[in-house]
Design a binder for this molecule. Sequence first.
Ligand SMILES: Cc1cn([C@H]2C[C@H](O)[C@@H](COP(=O)(O)OP(=O)(O)OP(=O)(O)O)O2)c(=O)[nH]c1=O
Length: 199
Amino acid sequence: MAAEEPHLHLASASPRRREILERLGLRVRAEATEVDETPRAGEAPATFVERLAREKCQAGYAAAGELPVLGADTAIDLEGAILGKPADRAEGLTMLQRLGGRSHYVHTAVAVAGPAGLESRCVTTEVSLVPISAEEAAAYWASGEPVDKAGGYAIQGRGEVFVERISGSCSAVAGLPLQVTAELLARQGLAPWKEVRGE
Ligand SMILES: Cc1cn([C@H]2C[C@H](O)[C@@H](COP(=O)(O)OP(=O)(O)OP(=O)(O)O)O2)c(=O)[nH]c1=O
C-alpha cells in the first residue's frame, strides 16, 4: 500500500473519533453518514447504540470502496433514559443539571467491516459527576464545548472539571473505545500497534 493511501474509511463526522484512530497510527479517510438516530420503542440504550454503530458502518460501504470501514455511536444512559446530543441550549442546561450529583452510564458501540465481515462491540463506562449549579451549567454551555457531545459534556475537555469518578474506558466516553477498536481492526488485518512500532 502506498504511503499516502488511507488504511481505513471512518463513517463519521466526529473529529474525536478521527483523533483516537490516528493515535493508533492509522491514516483515516472520514465522511459523515446520515442515519436516523431515533431509538425504537422500548429499545435498551446499549442495543440502540450498537444498532446505530452498525447502521453508520453499513451506510459508509459505498464510499469506502475496498477499505475497511468503521462506524460508532455514543449515548448516555441515565437510569434507562437515553440522552444524546442536546438539541439546543435549554436542553443542554437541563441535561447537565440532571447528570450532576449522580452516576450515569456512557455506552459507545463500534462496528468495523472488512474482509472478516461486520463485527461490533458495545463498551459501557460508568461516570459520576459532582453536582452542577445552574450558573455552572450556563457558563459551561457558553464555552461552546457541550453542543455536539452526548449528554452535553466532554470528558476530554473542560467538562472533566465535573467528573468525580470514572469506571471504564476514557476513550470510549470520548467517542471510541481504543482497546476494543484496536482488537476489531486487528481482526480485519489492521494491527495498529505494529504500524506504530514500525515507524
Ligand atoms: C460524553 C461525551 C461524548 N462525546 C461525543 C462523542 C461523539 O462524537 C458525540 C456523540 O454523538 P454521536 O451521535 O455518537 O456521534 P457524532 O454525531 O459526533 O458523529 P458521527 O455520528 O458522525 O460518528 O459525543 C465527547 O466527545 N466527550 C464526552 O465526554
